[in-house]
Design a protein. Structure first.
Length: 185
C-alpha cells in the first residue's frame, strides 16, 4: 500500500484515513451508513468480510464463521485468534475490513470475550500497519448507548458521518437554547 500522502487534502477526506487516525475499530449505529461505508471500501479495492453477529449463540459459532470466512485455522481462544489474524491475506494496494453487524446482540452474551476480539483486531491492525497494510473493523450496533472499552488503548469512536450529524444536531440545539435564553432576557 502506498502510504497516505502528507499534506494532501484528498487523503484526509478518505474514509479509511478518517477511521484509522482514531483507531482500528469504528462504531456504527445506522445500518444505511454502514452499508455506504462498505460500498466505499469495496470501490477502493478493500477485502470486506461481513459477519452477522446476531446469529452467533456462542464463542464457537464466532470462531467457526471467522475461520471459514478468513480462510484461517479454526481457533478456540483469543490468543489463537490473535495469532490467526496476523496470518490473514490483505491486499497491499488497499486493505482488509471486518464488518460486524448487530454486534451488540453478541456483546450482551459475551462482553469480556467481545472486548478481547476488538483488542485483537486493534493489535493486528497496528502490526499490519508496520508493513504497510491497512486492517480495520466496522462494528454496527442497534443500541446507541453501547460502549466498548478502548481496544488497543484506542477508543471506539463513532464513524465520521454519524459523528458529524450528531455534532450538527447538538450545535443546532445549543443555538436554539441560546436564542430562547436571549429572548427571556
Amino acid at each position: 500500500m502506498a502510504p497516505f500522502k502528507r499534506g494532501k487534502v484528498e487523503e484526509y477526506q478518505r474514509l479509511d484515513w478518517q477511521i484509522l487516525q482514531k483507531g482500528a475499530v469504528c462504531l456504527y449505529i445506522n445500518s444505511d451508513i454502514l452499508e455506504e461505508s462498505c460500498k466505499w471500501f469495496r470501490q477502493n479495492a478493500y477485502l470486506v468480510y461481513l459477519f452477522d453477529a446476531s446469529r452467533w449463540r456462542s464463542r464457537e459459532d464466532f470462531f467457526e464463521e471467522i475461520a471459514q470466512a478468513l480462510h484461517i485455522e479454526p481457533c478456540s481462544g483469543l490468543d489463537a485468534l490473535n495469532d490467526c489474524l496476523a496470518d490473514i491475506e490483505i491486499p497491499y494496494e488497499s486493505g482488509g475490513v471486518l464488518v460486524f453487524q448487530h454486534f451488540d446482540q453478541f456483546a450482551r452474551k459475551e462482553r469480556s470475550f467481545v472486548q478481547g476480539v476488538l483488542d485483537s483486531i486493534a493489535t493486528n491492525s497496528r502490526l499490519f500497519s508496520l508493513y504497510g497494510y491497512r486492517f480495520l473493523a466496522l462494528v454496527q450496533v442497534e443500541d446507541s448507548q453501547v460502549t466498548f472499552e478502548s481496544p488497543g488503548a484506542q477508543p471506539v469512536m463513532l464513524n465520521p458521518i454519524e459523528w458529524r450529524s450528531r455534532f450538527k444536531t447538538q450545535l443546532a440545539q445549543a443555538r436554539e437554547r441560546l436564542t430562547q435564553n436571549t429572548k427571556k432576557e
